[in-house]
Design a protein around this ligand. Sequence first.
Ligand code: FAD
Ligand code: COA
Length: 402
Amino acid sequence: MWQLTEKQLDLQARARAVATEVVGPRAAEVDRTESYPWENVEALREAGMTGMTVPAEFGGPGHSFLDAVLVVEEMAKQCGVTGRIAVEANMGAISAIMAYGTDDQRRLAAGLVLDGDKPAICITEPGAGSAASMMTTRADRRGDGYVLNGKKHWITGGGVSRLHLVFARVFDEHGEEEGIGGFLAIRDETPGLVIGRREPTMGLRGIPETEVLFEDMAVGADMVLMPPSGFGRGFAELMNSYNSQRVGAGTVALGLATGAYERALAYTKEREQFDRPIAEFQGVQWMLADMSIRLEAARSLTYRAADSHGPDGSPFPDPTLAAQAKVFTSENCIDVANDALQLFGAAGYSRNNPIERICRDVRMFTIGGGTAQILRTVVAARILDMKLPQTRDGFQRLADRS
Ligand code: FAD
Ligand code: COA
């Protein structure tokens, strides 16, 4: 068992109280109406559970990623959407800005998240999903600032998030490419930041997934999030900061599946068939045992990844552990939620049962935040200490030979 400190246990208990009292009762409604749960955001904000990782000098409580993960897990046990809000209000873009930003940028971002904003992180494009480094959104130098053009899609929080961290390919005043950089934009303030079409999703329906377009979006030099080694290493350094959100994403899956497991555990003790609770059947017991084993393993790996640091003084979780944790957790949590539904029998297949929603919600996590396949290539490259380019350079189709 991971040993949490007294303070962490207290934080976890406070998060559980907010989750069960405020968040849980609204979860079905949020899913049904596909509406962003602003009341839950307010409850998180009031409890000090947005902007948790913001250091004291910028007005935050300076919590660790592991602390944030404990809150995310409790929220997701009741509502996946609120779990995801807790991820992005505490990890991901906000941690990139806290690590790489100027003092003014940090003040700006801290003010927003402490006020309940969930920043959006804009990486994926229609032609560049797994191949994120092949993005085509461009930032052209104009005077002191940049003008951005391009399109992202599947951006979580499009239309509700205020702060946006946009990854773009950077070109100097002569049109020479310099690498990939991060640019800050604020909805309704930055001209040219346009929220596009909303995607109708299978699960996690209370949070919009939209296109985000940049139509001659002009940003001043003060809104450039400069990676520490400059644009040349920008992609690697921005992706390194993304490891915090990757761990957070896995945590939402963990919370969702734990919620499903706990409900199934209780149900098997109540539901009777053949004149005995179904929990007395060994076939059911072994399912429950396997579910608990998978969850404990996923929890240990997730907490360890959250508590880790990458090489060379990185303030972010270790890239290999973050990828390992997300692959293991997302895949096992899909299985656990599916088994929970099975244990409910027909009752699990009813839309009146939260398990149905959980199964739709949890399915996402082998995709968003880096697919399970891509993350395996990340792990393989690191354990083999090899560069494993995924482009076809150097490879030939047999049919092309002759
Ligand atoms: P593709 O890259 O087209 O992959 C299709 C399939 O091919 C996958 O199974 C993939 O694993 C496989 N594949 C591709 N390349 C390889 C390879 N080299 N080896 C083995 N298999 C491979 N993005 C953002 O930038 N910001 C967000 O806020 C955001 N939120 C999201 C929220 C949701 C609900 C979802 C579903 C996605 C979100 N995304 C977001 C996008 C997400 O990161 C991408 O969907 C993901 O990176 C995969 O890209 P793709 O969907 O284009 O799939
Ligand atoms: N943490 C730290 N460094 C990372 C990283 C991470 N998560 N992902 C990539 N890097 C570094 C690589 O180590 C490499 O550094 P190097 O130049 O020192 O070798 C550099 O970034 C480029 O990575 P590479 O693997 O060569 O890039 P690629 O073009 O082959 O693409 C990725 C691979 C990184 C794009 C792919 O693995 C990936 O993560 N895709 C998923 C995108 C995603 O998660 N989107 C989520 C949006 S919400």
